[in-house]
Write a protein that binds this ligand. Sequence first.
Ligand SMILES: Nc1ncnc2c1ncn2[C@@H]1O[C@H](COP(=O)(O)OP(=O)(O)OP(=O)(O)O)[C@@H](O)[C@H]1O
Length: 253
Amino acid sequence: MLTLHQAGLTNTPAIAPLDGTIRPGELLAIVGPNGAGKSTLLSMLSGFRSAEQGELHLDGKPLRAWPITELANRRALVAQQELPGFDWQTNELLSLGSNPSKSLVAALLDDLDITHLAKRSVLSLSGGERQRVMIARGACQLLSRCSPTAKEGGILLLDEPTSALDIGQQQRLMRQLRSWATQHHMAIVCVLHDLNLASTYADRVWLLHQGQRIDHGLPNQVLNPATIAKIYAAELQRIEGGTHGKPLLALAP
Ligand SMILES: Nc1ncnc2c1ncn2[C@@H]1O[C@H](COP(=O)(O)OP(=O)(O)OP(=O)(O)O)[C@@H](O)[C@H]1O
């Protein structure tokens, strides 16, 4: 569990202090316009950038106090359009640094529909294939170090994980993230530009604007057309009848 106590960043890019708890088993979406500070916030949540005010606690201990190797057992960050540093094969890349079982690697490849890419050089993959490989690697980092009976499966932080995926793969990924969250008690935090994916799959949403979290709560409450139209400077129409009655937002023609 990750808790924020007035945690923020004062240096550019700044993040205004915020409180909150990210719990095992939940999928939290962070949304907001370009430049709102989403990637910067993700970097603070991961500990790659230390909070400059307030404090974050991971599993009851200050985030900054975790030794780096132990931190790697508890949180994984998959950055935007991350590129592997070397031309590994897919299955080698998943195994780097964490020594996972063959069955875990096979299960994760299957989860993200990339089994056929196991022996391929990662630099030869398409953008959408590589994006799924990097997400599988992030999940592998956490799952290979967690005991199957652990009550907390760590925190997986994903920056725009669907940006290169076709709609079928977007659906498969979002369903899989929900499944990992439930099955492994993993907390999953996703930066998303697609508000309808956030509405359909997230348990909660944080809405960021100009470095401030201006709203947070259930998707139905936060993703209301009036607020979103204003924050994104977009003309929208609301479509009723989405999954489980959740409204969807569409661009007005
Ligand atoms: N090193 C830096 N120095 C100065 N400004 C920066 C630096 N890194 C990021 N910024 C600025 O801080 C703001 C927040 O950046 P960030 O990448 O967190 O936004 P974002 O919400 O993830 O945006 P996007 O949706 O476009 O990916 C942006 O205006 C960006 O230009």
